[in-house]
Design a protein around this ligand. Structure first.
Ligand code: LLP
Length: 405
């Protein structure tokens, strides 16, 4: 156990004093809002925890670049030795430019273009995770045309309910991802015919923001084991089992759980997934690595007294962070200025953005310190799927990033 973890006991509780505090955040007060602020100290500590557990349990970790692709974030993650999980040609190029080796890079996605496949083969990525039979044939053709062999894993749809939001559940038969059981016989035949493919294993990913860690991931492991055995019985050698990402984080109380429970996840895998000698196990966390390290800082533009509600109207909107509008996602809101001033008194607000859409709402009926025009608010847990999903809707400027190191 690392010195830090030993000193603190259970992971997830010990880093509270290291979270960004109000005074530090207020230090950025003159900056143009909205902006994202990343706590690189927390990112490093999260990574140290991941690296320690990954070595204890012998699990290889590929960071899902889609969660946050800012250069300092990618460099910090690659510097700790993690691999990358990419879903586009541009993500592959960016990951390689920012320190991830091709030999630790995996490439997933249901709709890879021919150019992206060519790029992945020419860079020699660790595996192209194929999601359909037609894709396997196209990868084979392209590799053959290049006079090369493509490293291929096959993404399986294990038909498991991840108990998460329907927009981020991926492992059910009705989802577009992976190859389903009824195609397995055909898959074995296809792999046998593809001479330019070096088949290296199976890939699974059942969904995101999974909080029912022990149950859902144990189910995934048991299903994976059963599917691995089936393929082995057909004479295929499964050298790699990739279980994807999905570990959930605490959006309600980020300060209490700044480091997600990687220990529970990896322990569940180690206990539930039987492993033959030499078989490598991989995971692809995204959100759990970066979400708690980032906040979206925004100012109160107006305090508007409605007949039924009091609104705090902020200068950040759904174009800066789309999760509440898209998934109805909860993000904790802090009034940083009020915290720094130790302001007394609380009120209930609807906190809303400026965009002309009724879904541009940060939170309804939130109890916050009595707030004023100009106060700096933090929308918490915004480090994952925040900046990467931002748009210029309404021709608004993109929020920039600041880092505390
Ligand atoms: N591997 C694959 C194949 C994936 O599709 C994903 C995420 C991950 C790994 C990483 O999953 P994570 O550890 O981050 O849960 N925009 C949504 C999340 C979409 C996740 C898509 N796939 C959100 O804001 O909640």
């Amino acid at each position: 156990m690392s010195v830090l973890a030993a000193a603190c006991g259970a992971p997830g509780r010990c880093y509270r004093q290291n979270m960004m505090n109000a005074n530090e955040i207020v230090g950025f007060g003159n900056r143009k809002t909205p902006f994202y602020l990343y706590d690189m100290r927390l990112l490093s500590r999260t990574l140290d925890e991941i690296v320690r557990l990954s070595s204890d349990y012998g699990i290889e970790v590929h960071y899902a670049v889609k969660a946050n692709a800012n250069v300092p974030v990618l460099r910090r993650i690659s510097s700790k030795g993690l691999g990358a999980d990419c879903v586009s040609g541009n993500e592959i190029l960016f990951a390689l430019e920012n320190g991830f080796p091709a030999g630790k890079t995996v490439f997933s996605g249901v709709g890879k273009t021919d150019r992206e496949i060519e790029l992945a083969i020419s860079k020699g990525v660790f595996s192209i995770n194929c999601e359909s039979l037609p894709e396997i044939r196209v990868v084979n053709e392209i590799a053959s045309g290049m006079g090369k062999k493509a490293n291929v894993s096959v993404r399986i749809n294990p038909d498991i309910d991840a108990h998460t939001h329907k927009y981020i559940t991926t492992g059910l038969e009705e989802n577009k991802f992976g190859i389903s059981r009824y195609e397995f016989e055909e898959l074995v035949k296809t792999l046998g015919e593809c001479e330019s493919i070096d088949f290296n294993g199976l890939h699974f990913h059942i969904g995101s923001q999974i909080t029912d860690v022990a149950d859902v991931f144990a189910l995934e492991c048991r299903r994976a084991a059963e599917i691995v055995s089936w393929f082995e019985s057909k004479g295929l050698e499964i050298r790699n089992i990739n279980l994807g990402g999905g570990l959930g984080i605490d959006y309600e109380e980020p300060q209490k759980h700044p480091v997600p429970d990687f220990a529970a996840w990896m322990r569940t895998i180690a206990r539930t997934l039987p492993r033959k000698e030499g078989v490598r196990v991989h995971i692809e966390p995204g959100r759990s690595v970066v979400a708690q390290c980032g906040i979206l800082c925004t100012r109160v533009l107006y305090v508007k007294e409605g007949q039924k509600k009091t609104f705090l109207i902020t200068d950040a909107g759904m174009n800066d962070l789309i999760r509440p509008a898209l998934y109805g996602a909860y993000h904790k809101i802090r009034n940083i200025t009020a915290e720094a001033e130790n302001r007394s008194g609380e009120k209930v607000y609807d906190v809303v953005g400026p965009v002309c859409e009724s879904s541009d709402v940060w939170g309804e009926d939130r109890t916050l310190p009595a707030s004023r025009r100009g106060d700096l608010l933090a929308i918490c847990s915004a480090g994952a799927y925040g900046q990467v999903m931002a748009s210029r809707y309404n021709l608004r400027d993109l929020a920039e990033a600041e880092y505390i190191d």
